[in-house]
Design a protein around this ligand. Structure first.
Ligand code: 5GP
Length: 190
């Protein structure tokens, strides 16, 4: 089937992109729908299968890679896979809606390169690495090792922000919400 539009939110873990994406889903509920990714990591806290992610075993994930079922996939952390199922995006386009993604920076750029003008890629910037670390600690869902890994990855990711169509600095959430609404609203009008 022919591809529809995509809105990609990428950011270092803890930059607040998930909160912004949730806000946009409420605001533009009749025009956009969230692409649920697949992952081989275990469920965290109150997460639900088929809502936050499709949780697959390592072997199930590998099988889907071999069957070319992913639009993009990545080993985001060592031994832990994440990916966007082609069927997920197609299901949303078939409803005449735009797909919105909350994925890591490399995955976001991969989709942008595939879908070009049909995709709007937005990089959410934390005000600083220190803020990012504080937010990850406050979230209380990650071990100290996991936080250290995420910070190291964030430092690398910040260097690629210039490859995105837009950036959004998330210092004050209310301001980031308004800016995100404006950028997304314009793209949906195109
Ligand atoms: P978390 O474990 O915190 O839910 O996600 C870890 C990282 O994986 C985040 O940066 C998240 O955006 C990214 N991620 C989630 N889904 C996908 C996906 O489908 N593809 C890629 N490449 N990354 C993803």
């Amino acid at each position: 089937m022919s591809a529809g539009k995509l809105i990609i939110f990428s950011a270092p873990s803890g930059a607040g992109k998930t909160t912004i994406v949730r806000h946009l889903l409420k605001k533009f509920s009749d025009q956009i729908e969230f692409s649920i990714s697949a992952t081989s990591r275990p469920r965290r806290g109150v997460e639900e299968n088929g809502k936050d992610y499709y949780y697959l075993s390592h072997d199930e994930f590998i099988k889907k890679i071999e069957n070319e079922e992913f639009l993009e996939w990545e080993e985001v952390y060592s031994g832990i896979f994440y990916g966007t199922l082609r069927s997920e995006a197609e299901k949303i386009w078939a409803k005449g809606k735009t797909v919105i993604f909350d994925i890591d920076v490399e995955g976001g750029l991969n989709l942008k390169n595939q879908f070009k003008k049909n995709a709007l890629a937005i990089f959410v910037m934390p005000p600083s690495i220190k803020t990012l670390e504080d937010r990850l600690k406050l979230r209380k869902t990650d071990s100290p090792e996991s936080i250290a890994r995420r910070i190291e990855k964030a430092e690398r990711e910040l260097k690629t922000a210039g490859l995105f169509d837009k950036f959004l600095i998330n210092e004050k959430l209310e301001i980031a919400f308004v800016e995100a609404e404006r950028i997304v609203g314009e793209f949906l009008e195109e």
